[in-house]
Design a protein. Structure first.
Length: 395
């Protein structure tokens, strides 16, 4: 399928290069639109924002992109047509961040926003120890890309910037993962000592040593602390042993019951609907897409007839507005099917709680039943959008 698309794209570029050049801007805009649809259809995970203007008998290109391949093809289309142009497009990351093109989250939870300001909408969050790519800098904010490829902005206080060598060293180091919803890292081997910081479910710190009761750990910014062993696990040992089963999905999901709804939240401090499903699958060893509208594009389609038949525990259920002749389907909510005799699912809406698709149950959710769009199965499904951390660590 991808080869077919590239052939079509090549034919399009050739056809434009042979046309009359009286309106190069319009033609190149069409090429640009085609490239964007192919290489960067979702601006949440890939940037290809280019403005084409004409001045003084030449084209002026402005904008930014994270897709070097798409931009190279675009520039080739200009050169093949022998068009004069000034290239002011930034290919990110660039000199704005220099060799500090990597970072690691240094707080228990970092808030990642839609724009480089504290008042901007919360787009997603990152957990302590999370590895990040750094793309751009504006004031005290850095544009970063999370492991699920989500692109947005974080303030400088939330991250430790690194060059490639330091970043690789962090990723290669032995880690400790926090396994409870909430806790603390202490200055000394005592819960009565001062606190270095709080820590939440899934947080990672570098392993230094251990005794019977504590792990000695190091932060990405080199702070040293101690974690209670009963609240943490050695990350690689956990990853090797974790079983992404239906039962484990349910267990992890229910440990977050009562967690408050937080728009953009992806931590045990607060989750939105897709942040909840993302967190549950992370603690089962998978990185899945960030938003519900992205999650519905992954996995295997189940329950095509929308009758709640053939669903299995752990399947993701999607809700929203159904497609009409004039409008596309709009996904606005997601939950996890539990598959018990009460037809229950668990989701974050107000807080994390169980709801039922059965009118006979006290927790019947008529509202979501009426806007049910279908379900996707992730467990046991190979999909490039569902990253198995066990496979990733082997690379």
């Amino acid at each position: 399928m991808k080869l077919y698309k590239y052939l079509l794209l090549s034919m399009l570029l050739i056809s434009f290069s042979c046309k009359n050049e009286q309106k190069p801007t319009n033609e190149l805009t069409t090429i640009y639109t085609t490239l964007k649809a192919e290489f960067a259809p979702d601006k949440r995970v890939e940037l290809f924002d280019i403005n084409i203007e004409s001045a003084d008998n030449q084209l002026i290109l402005e904008g930014e992109t994270t897709s070097k391949k798409a931009f190279t093809i675009f520039l080739d289309s200009l050169k093949n047509r022998k068009l004069a142009f000034t290239n002011n497009v930034r290919v990110l990351p660039d000199s704005a961040v220099g060799n500090l093109q990597y970072a690691v989250a240094r707080n228990s939870v970092i808030n990642i926003r839609s724009n480089p300001k504290h008042a901007a909408e919360l787009g997603t969050q990152g957990l302590l120890g999370m590895s990040l790519k750094v793309l751009d800098k504006k004031g005290d904010f850095y544009r970063i890309q999370t492991p699920d490829n989500y692109i947005s902005w974080v303030d400088k206080g939330g991250i430790q910037l690194m060059n490639k060598n330091d970043f690789n060293a962090w990723n290669d180091a032995k880690k400790i993962m926090f396994a409870k919803n909430f806790g603390y890292v202490y200055v000394d081997k005592s819960t009565d000592s001062e606190i270095v910081s709080d820590i939440t479910l899934g947080g990672l710190l570098q392993y230094l040593s251990e005794d019977d009761n504590f792990y000695k750990v190091k932060y990405p910014d080199n702070r040293i602390g101690f974690l209670k062993k009963e609240e943490a696990v050695i990350y690689n040992s956990w990853l090797e042993s974790v079983e992404a089963s239906k039962e484990n999905v349910e267990t992890v999901a229910k440990t977050l019951t009562g967690s408050p709804y937080l728009w953009g939240g992806t931590s045990s401090k607060g989750v939105d609907c897709s942040g909840f499903t993302k967190m549950v699958y992370l603690m089962n060893g998978f990185i899945i897409p960030r938003d519900a509208s992205q999650q519905i594009n992954a996995g295997k389609t189940v329950d095509k007839n929308l009758k709640f038949i053939g669903l299995e525990k752990g399947d993701l259920m999607f809700f929203g507005t159904k497609a009409t002749p004039d409008k596309k389907q709009r996904v606005v909510h997601v939950g996890i099917w539990l598959g018990n005799d009460k037809m229950e699912f668990i989701h974050s809406s107000g807080n994390v709680h169980l709801s039922s698709m059965s009118a006979d149950e006290a927790n019947y959710d008529e509202f979501n039943k009426n806007r049910y769009l279908g379900s996707k199965r992730y467990l046991g499904v190979k999909d490039e959008m569902i990253v198995d951390l066990k496979e990733k660590i082997k690379l």
